[in-house]
Design a protein around this ligand. Structure first.
Ligand SMILES: [Zn+2]
Length: 357
């Protein structure tokens, strides 16, 4: 689905651009219809992805042979087995298309010393769907014609995360510049760009603030790739006099997953591409909305290697609707920690994880 600018009428019907975008694909006529329309579309897509997985992939055919392949709701979905990081190795195990259709193969950096490298295959269509999510999700922060500096790694990789941000913002005349933080002079390079929007990891923001790097002209910051501490986000906003929004991304789902809106009421989900559940990591039971547990994702539209109930290891919660912005949809809360070897590793201020005492 390509992103088209919403008409005036559509804008008044829905609280935000992301809702309008989701409504279009889910065929929702109004904000009131949106939650049900999204859920209908999610479970229709889930049935399709399950069918495709068992038809085209021996691993899934074996694993799902006893399962109901037409779950109608989250309770039905609970009978499907979980995937873990180990199941992603080798990546060909989960491929449901020919390898020839894999346009980008990403190696996921893994924490810990014993974890095997994970690789994720994405088709052109998988990449395009991420680009479209970025196009609409970045509307909260980036205005037409603005310059955007990105500190995330992999700035020169075709169809990497920075390139997809570039592809997403190009139609609105934005200039997206990657800053290579491996280069010693990167703070000077960033100053020289004098961006209006900065996309960076929280640890990079923390470093820039500690070094008192001023960025006059900055109107917005998108924090991504690491958990963002809410209090620090407020401090960054005060320090640089700009809006700071949080993004939850995961290479496994094609980078983009959820983005905060300026109402700061949680991150709006890419709900038609990623179905999020929160489970108790000890009992593996699905937890009600509002409870803190492990994020489990199902990619509903991925062609190359759909992930069905993939345990991310990230700790968060779903936030009940509505958002203060008016959206009637559930959002994702901030990431509060991470599971490492069965233990919860908590997030301290500063953006990095440390082991719980
Ligand atoms: Zn909102």
């Amino acid at each position: 689905m390509s992103f088209a600018k919403p008409s005036k009428k559509e804008k008044t019907l829905f609280a935000c651009d992301l809702d309008q975008w989701l409504a279009k694909e889910a065929h929702a006529k109004s904000a009131k219809d949106l939650p049900q329309a999204i859920e209908r579309a999610q479970f229709q897509a889930l049935a399709e992805v399950l069918e495709r997985a068992v038809q085209n992939n021996a691993f899934y055919a074996q694993r799902l042979r006893q399962c109901n392949l037409s779950p109608r709701n989250r309770q039905d979905m609970a009978q499907l087995p979980f995937l873990t990081a180990e199941d992603l190795n080798p990546y060909t195990r989960l491929l449901t298309t020919s390898q020839d259709l894999v346009e980008r193969l990403v190696t996921v950096s893994t924490s810990g010393t014993t974890a095997s490298p994970k690789r994720i295959g994405l088709t052109r269509n998988d990449l395009n769907r991420t680009r479209d999510f970025f196009a609409v999700g970045l509307r909260y922060l980036v205005k037409a014609g603005q310059s955007v500096a990105v500190l995330l790694p992999g700035g020169n990789r075709p169809n990497g995360v920075v390139d997809l941000i570039r592809q997403a913002l190009l139609p609105r005349g934005c200039q997206v510049l990657s800053v290579n933080t491996q280069d010693e002079a990167w703070p000077e390079a960033l100053r020289a760009i004098s961006p209006q929007v900065l996309i960076a990891m929280p640890s990079q923001l923390h470093w820039l603030k500690c070094q008192r790097v001023s960025l006059p002209g900055l109107t917005g910051i998108l924090a991504s790739a690491e958990p963002l501490d809410c209090e620090l986000a407020r401090q960054y906003g005060e320090y640089w006099h700009c809006e700071v929004l949080n993004h939850y991304g995961l290479t496994e789902v094609g980078y983009g997953c959820a983005v905060e809106c300026p109402a700061h009421g949680g991150m709006h989900l890419r709900a038609l591409d990623v179905l999020v559940e929160i489970i108790d990591p000890r009992t593996q039971e699905v937890l009600p909305v509002g409870c803190v547990g492990e994020i489990v994702v199902t990619t509903l539209k991925h062609q190359a290697m759909p992930l069905i109930r993939y345990r991310t290891g990230d700790i968060s919660s779903l936030i009940a609707a509505p958002c203060p912005c008016g959206s009637p949809l559930m959002r994702l809360g901030p990431v509060l920690g991470r599971l490492e070897a069965g233990r919860v590793v908590q997030l301290p201020k500063g953006g990095r994880f440390c082991l719980q005492p």
